[in-house]
Design a protein around this ligand. Structure first.
Ligand code: XMP
Length: 514
């Protein structure tokens, strides 16, 4: 993507950093999050049109606070500093940062002193999201104050000459009414971007790059899960190199009801490439026996995937490249490339290709958010039902069974999940609820069925609305629908005797239970 207009976002560990990347991309400008300590020459070699400094939890006065090379400000590249990024800029360029008299948190009215440049088109007074204890008390030489609040005399400042803009509030958060306008102003007025980044352009570029990488004779092995991500990768690679692509689909016995057959059916029709289905359920269940720890389950499944793949790859003979559908949130949540903490070890990042002896990787979606992958799938002409399909985690139902995973429990969660999906689809809510599934909780509870006492499993319903799967809200499903699902589950699924509803947002909970 060397010719694409690009914005680099330096991550100082702020909780909203990924949102900055999304807002920029929503303006049709490509953006990448990089660690704050990336050496300046490396940043410049990426040829960014602008650099955004994110917020972060540190105080600029801490001895170990992240610092950047001040030469960044002399590189002739426009800079937007947000919160910590603003304070750091002020300090490095000769201004002052002090503790605010009152910590500002939440929606605050910001008075804009001008309606041009960075603040072009914005109202005189606008509601903005603040979250800070420290603030700029004196601008560096050459800067002008362009916004203030009752408690914060320098809510925004700018140096037109150096093309450096700074805001104490968070324009990337939707609670900031006119945040997107401010980001647009930075991109289009300061960085001179044209906003030509589209999914068709991305697809063309990705196909060309795959062709260049693989060459005229190279072969590619794709780990296919049948989900949106790996299907989109299959489409891109098929368009780039045709039948030199081989797809391997591992059935670990922890897929949703009917899914394995459906994947085989769709792929044999959509892409006439070599398709190998490997049924390895016995092995996975054997290795998961007695294991209850979520991370251990993930590691075992990841390791078994590798083994099964290795066996298939040996049968296939030498393949040159390994492809997988890693997407940006996988990269971020695995703590690669940024300062984010490791939240869960996503098995589809890292391990597999190295273990198989591949040094050459093809991961065309590595920098895309989920909704962008769907848009790309549509741009590539994939069927809507495939592209709009809800995500399904690589470790499958294993992380929706709390406690030990057994074939019997997999059956309970699979059947209850099928009922939930059926009812959601019948109510037409499948287009509005982004992910929904059942969880077999580890709780058994007492019930009565007929005249008998029962002591059976509790099923939780999890349904969320989300754009990017990084944050999520629990879906407000109609009571009637919940009632129908509950009644069907306890009546139709053996050993399910109670149904509960998960009403937790992400954060603090994650979408999956493990
Ligand atoms: P969490 O549970 O982290 O999930 O809020 C966010 C999204 O990621 C999916 N997920 C995974 N996908 N491999 C995957 O391919 C995994 O190991 C994995 N774990 C979670 C989850 O279903 C949700 O859509």
């Amino acid at each position: 993507m060397s010719n694409t207009e690009k914005i680099l976002i330096l991550d100082f560990g702020g909780q909203y950093t990924q949102l900055i990347a999304r807002r920029v991309r929503e303006c049709h400008v490509y953006s990448e999050v990089v660690p704050w300590n990336m050496p300046l020459p490396e940043m410049l070699s990426r040829n960014p049109r602008g650099i955004i400094l994110s917020g972060g939890p540190s105080s600029v006065h801490d001895a170990d606070a992240p610092r950047i090379d001040p030469a960044l400000y002399e590189a002739g590249i426009p800079v937007l500093g947000i919160c910590y990024g603003m304070q750091l800029t002020a300090l490095l360029l000769g201004g002052a940062v002090e503790k605010a008299k009152e910590r500002e948190y939440g929606r605050v009215t910001v008075r804009m002193k001008e309606q041009t440049g960075l603040l072009g088109g914005m109202q005189r007074s606008s509601s903005c999201w603040m979250s800070h204890t420290w603030q700029v008390s004196a601008c560096p030489p050459g800067f002008r104050i362009i916004a203030e609040t009752d408690n914060c005399p320098v809510a925004a400042m700018v140096s037109d000459e150096k093309k450096i803009c700074c805001v104490q509030f968070h324009p990337e958060v939707t609670h900031t009414e006119e945040g997107t306008m401010l980001i647009r102003n930075f991109l289009f007025r300061f960085c001179g971007c044209s906003g030509d980044w589209t999914m068709s352009a991305f697809a063309e570029n990705a196909i060309r790059q795959i062709r260049e990488t693989v060459g005229d004779t190279g072969t590619v092995l794709l780990a296919l899960s049948g989900g949106v991500d790996s299907s989109v990768v299959a489409a891109l690679i098929y368009k780039a190199i045709g039948k030199r692509l081989t797809c391997v689909f591992v059935d670990h016995g922890l897929l949703r009801k009917g899914e394995s057959d459906q994947v085989c059916h769709v792929f044999s029709h959509l892409f006439p490439v070599r398709f190998i289905r490997s049924d390895a359920s016995e092995r996975f269940f054997a290795d998961l026996k007695g294991v209850t720890d979520p991370e251990e389950k993930r590691h075992i499944i990841g390791r078994d995937f590798i083994e099964v793949f290795r066996a298939e790859a040996i049968k296939l003979g030498k393949m040159d490249y390994f492809a997988q559908g890693t997407i940006y949130p996988d990269v971020i949540e695995s703590g690669q490339g940024t300062n984010a903490a490791v939240i869960k070890s996503h098995h589809n990042v890292g391990g597999l290709p190295r273990e198989l002896g591949f040094t050459e990787l093809i991961e065309p979606l590595r920098m895309l958010f989920k909704d962008e992958v769907r848009a790309l799938g549509e741009a590539l002409g994939l069927p809507r039902e495939l592209v709009r399909r809800q995500p399904f985690p690589g470790p499958g139902l294993a992380i929706r069974i709390i406690g030990e995973v057994t074939p019997e429990k997999a059956e309970i969660v699979r059947e209850s999940d099928a009922i939930f999906r059926e009812e959601i689809a019948a109510s037409g809510l499948d287009r509005h609820v982004n992910q929904y599934f059942t969880v077999l909780t580890g709780i058994q509870s007492v019930g009565v069925m007929g005249d008998e006492r029962t002591y059976d499993y509790t099923i939780a319903l999890r349904a969320v609305t989300t754009d990017d799967f990084m944050t999520a809200d629990w879906a407000r499903l109609p009571y009637d629908l919940i009632a129908r699902v509950s009644s069907r589950i306890v009546n139709e699924v053996p050993h399910a005797s109670r149904v509960v509803l998960d009403v937790t947002t992400k954060p603090p909970a994650s979408i999956e239970w493990e």
